[in-house]
Design a binder for this molecule. Structure first.
Ligand code: SAH
Length: 566
């Protein structure tokens, strides 16, 4: 919940606008300001104070407990011009909140946290538990000092500017270490804990939580593993409500994953036994459940200390799962690139794409991002490269213009991909939509896109589809309509459509939609000169109901209008 506090009439107006915009996320605290701030601080995860920063600093000072515990606090000035992230920039989410509040109120976000301000991934924002000298290493990163990345586990991290840092390993270098082993951070070192460990657990009915927890801790301790790298506990379905197991998962702050006995019985384990087979129908619970998601068995089954022992556990290290984001950049204009696409670009440590698209977004990348760009035509190779990098455990963004799934990289990439990587798709504004918005409302009823490129498709197939669209009276948008070596396909396609549509049918031609040199015109089937069309263009041909109205191309949603027009 976000607590909202104001003192003046102007503050109350801005406060009420925010409360109306986010009714489910906010609660207004009325009454004397000091009292309101204290109550909100105790009850909310975040505060937005429509007060001067000085006043808020004085009120908060006695309440602050520490970075990890304090709510994030944002101040908005009397004029509603600035949303200032005051405390809890990272852990309290105040930086993000300042941006959201600013966007909602039309204000400017003010973020002073060093790592955010210069575009580095803050070491405490990576979503991994972090130990050690965060302040010193962050400062070293910011100052461009020598920092070495020692990654024992491949994990899809955003770029750390250390990646590829000098490896001559002098003792004085700062270190960012990624490991699930129970190492103590040395001075000048930060240890990131990737969620690589899965602990399989079996328990007889009524096994005490303490006994399960003690067993798990001892198993990790003896194997030299960090409890902070535990990603999940795993067990058999029949034990999904066993309080000793659910309680242990809760205390460790990790999810409990369960599998059917049948599934567990299929898994080869070193130490099967008769007891669980009789009780739940699988010769192994702990080892099999730990191994069910794949990985390497680090700690074979061991029993708890009680007599009789009531619990068993086993520990598996999962291979790092790389992450492939397939990101559409939109038609060109920066404000048609979605915030989600921008976030994925900043999330990636490896960027794969066509050189001209990379140029379009280079300024959004974090320093240290490895850019693998290639020229036109190398599509299959780009797809393979992106997947291979993700398989190595990296966070990869594969980019395409418009929507990356429309005549673009998503399908060749996913044809290469296997289920050992995570895949995230980010939709983009495809050329047909960008052009449609420029032209008016040509896609108001059923429509289809057809690419006239015969690079991947024989002409017979393309022609059959154009004919079907003509017969079905679909609005058609042609992608790749015409290039220097390929000039007869567009006139041929228009001729096919003309067999079923009037010569006066509106046709929209949009070149470089949303780019600085955008141009567009609405003409007709008979009037279109194909020579004015090139590869930067889409051509949208209306159906029998499409009209030109006040210079705009409009396809009515139904056919009643068409009937009336006749
Ligand atoms: N993935 C892209 C399409 C790639 S095919 C998308 O979703 O938009 C390339 C063709 O798309 C070009 O030949 C052109 O026909 C069309 N195109 C892409 N961007 C365009 C733009 N900004 N304006 C007009 N046409 C565009």
């Amino acid at each position: 919940m976000i607590g909202l506090i104001s003192a003046t009439a102007a503050g109350a107006v801005a406060r009420d606008r925010l409360a109306a915009a986010w009714p489910d996320r906010t609660r207004v605290y009325e009454g004397p300001v000091g009292d309101a701030v204290r109550r909100a601080f105790a009850e909310c995860e975040q505060l937005v104070c429509f007060l001067a920063t000085g006043a808020v600093v004085r009120l908060l000072a006695p309440l602050l407990a520490g970075k990890a515990a304090d709510p994030g606090v944002v101040c908005v000035d009397e004029g509603g011009r600035f949303a200032v992230s005051l405390v809890g920039g990272h852990a309290g989410g105040a930086n993000e909140l300042a941006r959201e509040v600013a966007a909602s109120l039309g204000a400017e976000p003010v973020v002073t946290t060093a790592t955010d301000a210069v575009g580095l991934a803050g070491l405490d924002t990576l979503g991994l538990p972090v130990e050690g000298d965060v302040a010193a290493v962050s400062r070293a990163l910011l100052d461009g000092e020598r920092v070495v990345l020692e990654a024992e586990s491949a994990w899809p991290l955003p770029p750390l500017p250390t990646a590829g840092g000098r490896a001559d390993g002098g003792a004085e270098a700062y270190v960012v270490r990624v490991t699930d082993r129970a190492v103590e951070p040395r001075p000048g070192e930060v240890v990131l804990r990737p969620p690589t460990l899965v602990v399989g657990v079996g328990a007889s009915r009524g096994a005490p939580v303490e006994e399960v927890l003690e067993l798990v801790s001892a198993a990790l301790r003896d194997a030299g593993l960090s409890v902070r790298s535990v990603a999940a506990l795993a067990t058999v379905d029949a034990k999904s409500d066993e309080p000793g197991i659910t309680g242990a998962a809760e205390r460790l702050g990790v999810p409990l994953v369960t599998y059917s006995a049948g599934r567990l019985a299929e898994i080869d384990v070193p130490n099967p036994s008769g007891a669980p087979l009789a009780a739940v129908g699988t010769p192994s619970v702990a080892e099999a459940a730990a191994l069910a998601g794949g990985g390497e068995l680090l700690v074979p089954k061991r029993k708890s200390a009680g007599s009789p022992a009531t619990a068993t556990c086993a520990v598996v290290r999962r291979p790092g799962r790389g992450r492939l984001a397939v990101v559409g950049l939109g038609p060109g204009a920066r404000d048609l690139l979605t915030p989600r696409a921008a976030a994925e670009l900043r999330r990636a440590s490896v960027l794969v794409g066509l050189d001209q698209y990379v140029d379009q977004i280079r300024d959004l990348l974090r320093p240290g991002t490895r850019v693998l760009e290639s020229g036109l035509g190398a599509e299959e190779e780009r797809a393979r490269t992106a997947v291979a990098e993700a398989r190595r455990g990296h966070a990869v963004a594969l980019i395409g213009s418009g929507d990356a799934g429309v005549y673009a990289m998503a399908s060749p990439a996913l044809a290469e991909a296997s289920d050992d990587i995570d895949v995230v798709g980010v939709p983009g504004v495809t050329a047909a939509l960008a052009a449609g918005a420029v032209l008016g409302a040509p896609l108001g009823h059923d429509h289809v896109s057809i690419s006239l490129s015969d690079l991947h498709t024989p002409w017979e197939v393309i022609e059959r589809r154009v004919r079907a669209a003509a017969e079905a009276d679909l609005v058609v948008t042609f992608y790749n309509p015409r290039s220097r070596g390929r000039d007869w396909q567009l006139p041929k396609s228009l001729a096919i459509l003309a067999e079923h549509r009037e010569p006066a049918t509106p046709v929209g031609v949009v070149r470089n939609a949303s780019r600085p040199d955008e141009s567009s015109r609405v003409t007709t089937l008979a009037g279109l000169d194909p020579a004015t069309v090139d590869m930067m263009t889409v051509v949208t041909v209306g159906n029998t109901a499409t009209r030109e109205i006040a210079g705009r191309m409009v396809t009515p949603r139904g056919y009643r209008w068409q009937e009336e027009a006749k």
